[in-house]
Design a protein around this ligand. Sequence first.
Ligand code: NAI
Ligand code: HPV
Length: 483
Amino acid sequence: MAQPYDIVSSHKVSRSGSFAANLSFNQGMSLSTSPVLSFHSPPGSQSQSQSLANLARTKSLKPFQTADIKVLLLENVNQTGIEILEEQGYQVETMKSSLGEDELIEKIKDVHVIGIRSKTQLTARVLEAAKSLIVIGCFCIGTNQVDLQAAAQHGVAVFNSPFSNSRSVAELTIAEIVCLARQLTDRSAELHNGTWNKVSAGCWEVRGKTLGIVGYGHIGSQLSVLAEGMGMSVIYYDVIPLMAMGIARQVKTLDELLSRADFVTLHVPELPETKNMIGPDQFAKMRDGSYLINNSRGSVVDIPALVDAMRTQKLAGAAIDVYPAEPKGNGDYFNDSSLQSGKGAWTDDLRSLKNLILTPHIGGSTEEAQSAIGVEVSTALVKYVNEGTTVGAVNMPEVSLRGLTDQEPDHARVIFIHKNVPGVLRKVNEVLSNHNVDKQMTDSRGEVAYLMADISNVRQPEIKDLWQNLEDLSSRIRTRILY
Ligand SMILES: NC(=O)C1=CN([C@@H]2O[C@H](COP(=O)(O)OP(=O)(O)OC[C@H]3O[C@@H](n4cnc5c(N)ncnc54)[C@H](O)[C@@H]3O)[C@@H](O)[C@H]2O)C=CC1
Ligand SMILES: O=C(O)C(=O)COP(=O)(O)O
């Protein structure tokens, strides 16, 4: 029976530190110079071959100690996620905020695993500097902040949490619909400032109103159910045909949705096609006195056009959770000069408007969502680091084999990430031909392919040659030998 953590768990550390006996090989060595972490050398380089002598130092042929793995978690990743990584014995460093590109380039050099949320930009430049990086965890839904293609080309897998915060965003949106309809945040702000202002003009029930959802995925469809529960009539627009929840109706065009909805809410990913999806033309097509909610990405709405639509009272209100540029962390001032967005002055304009709800990208920020995301993403990271499993990766083919058991002591798991070109399998199997290939799986995604093979009757001294022979193949992006 498969026991995926069998071998690795023999190295598990309790956080009280009972791991010392297993650390003898690497004691006293700084990680940046550690010879044990030989899984990554940049494409084309053979510079780390010296370290191979140490690959097979353990009885189980495991080429790394879990305590060698260096993890950097930015943006206040939830404790649930931190604990799962620490329980593996990995070295985990956490930071509350994000880092800018130059700081990140410096910091990421000897990091094997990085965890981020929506803010940290993992650009091609950062990934180029990340010579030890094997995997990225986005502790959120969106992965637009990562150059996914560059990551794949460096043999770096990227994982996210596709729906753990969907409900939280849907609930926030419901709250905003009611708050906008009742001008609730304005009334509250007035009373905080000492002004009693009891009005009903321009305040509405939401029952019977039409909600237009743009992007009917995990969040949009969840929201659809909640809105119907409040008596709203729901229409939605999506680029693909999708089954309606309840009695919602899909409309054929964005224009149709804009012309019919009292509330328009955006739940699309950041893509070239969604950039400024709502601009002057779209505002013109919206109903007079309607409302706009953007809890998706800041790039989706043209902010000056929104400001204009609010000032001319085309819109009766709006709620914005995401911005073209966002501060790095809590306590940072929200104004144009501190954001240095280079995208025009707009924060003062937004802050000056009535019935405009501004929130600091909190759509997914609930205890429930963050704790579930922590578990989901950290578990995927551990499975990737320890077993090479790519199930759920957003930029790599999904490959998995059952784990090895104690009854298979002289096995090794070979992972060969390579360019998706003809003839590779033949060459890899030539390299593996002295061993029995117990099981093998390979798959490709775009230009990158991922091969996983469990081979038996492997003697420790053979591991070095095996690794080197795979590294010498011209198609190679990265070779890892586990166990
Ligand atoms: N404010 C916040 O804290 C959060 C924001 N988000 C954002 O919300 C987005 C949506 O999340 P999910 O619903 O989970 O994503 P999803 O992938 O489940 O759904 C997105 C939907 O948008 C549709 N779509 C794509 N391009 C479109 C276009 N041009 N026009 C119309 N529809 C289009 C897709 O077909 C899909 O059905 C995320 O990508 C993320 O950027 C997600 C979580 C929290
Ligand atoms: O999940 C997403 O895509 C979000 O936008 C939430 O981002 P956050 O984790 O709050 O930085």
